[in-house]
Design a protein around this ligand. Sequence first.
Ligand code: AMP
Ligand code: MG
Length: 350
Amino acid sequence: MKTRVITISDPDRQANDIMEAAQLLRSGQVVAFPTETVYGLGANALDAQAVGKIFKAKGRPSDNPLIVHIHDISVWQQLVEDIPEKALLLANKFWPGPLTMILKKSKLVPVEVTAGLDTVGVRMPAHPVALKFIAMSGVPVAAPSANKSGRPSPTTARHVMEDMDGRIPMILDGGPARVGVESTVLDMTGSVPVVLRPGGVTVEMLESAIGEVRIHPNVMKPVQKGDKVRSPGMKYVHYAPKAPVTLVRGELNRQVEFINKEAAKLENMGRKVGILATDQTLFRYQAGIKLSMGNRENPADIAGRLFARLREFDELNVDLILAEGVEEKDEGLAVMNRMARAAGFHIIDL
Ligand code: AMP
Ligand code: MG
């Protein structure tokens, strides 16, 4: 299959191009499209066969459910049994935006979308191309991140092309994703909402809107045998570049000292070392190939660059990556959740 990449710089002027993508989707095809978080791989959420093509293109385990994307709150009411008041409040405050809410699904949603669960995750993305694409499709759009399963999520159309060339008919290119990490996944089925995956809408933002919110223990810890897995995505290797990653946590000067020592030692052994640093520390490394994720005082900035930097290390063909940790608050929690998984939870605590 030939994969066409169509650049959309102005969704109003290029409505015909978006319409073509929407028609492909309506005819049961899979189309990649930009969102403000990462690029998505979309199919008609009401068509079980079309949804099956997403799992095939990604090589995604069939027990990992998909998030359904909508452009209008009225569609949400059809997809779920009941919308509690807190959920409505959050939707009004954060939609369109990087927040996915899990609720009991209605009969309309095929089990292929939810991987057999009786709940469904729904969100309204904030990217103008995504909103127009979903509206023109006239159906809710099931979409995971548009990467091959296990790889870092794509934040540009070029990243999608790297993973999906020849596997899907079309990619809409709407420029680089602004947020850079996936949506926050919030389970709203209990009395206290639970964050299953931290993301663009931070825990602090949720708490200031609705009060108490819990963070699921597996957000920063690997799933162990016997753990009750609330979100199947927690079980899998994720976001991994080709080279193994070691994540370093602790006081910043000690992190730099440790990484410098390790990098020198490994280079002496003939290994090509990648160092994932920040603007504040980049100049302090003597060995290795250094890339900055951005300003560590601004975790949203780091979230925006993390996945792109991991893919750059692939192109640089490093043998291993030593990565600095950031503070696990605000957008930093989402960054550390992705980094811990990219590292397969290989974490050095100093
Ligand atoms: P992705 O589509 O790659 O952004 O991944 C979606 C994430 O949301 C995965 O970690 C899923 O396990 C999680 N998810 C989607 N739907 C549900 C659901 N109904 N219940 C719990 N987690 C979900
Ligand atoms: Mg994903």
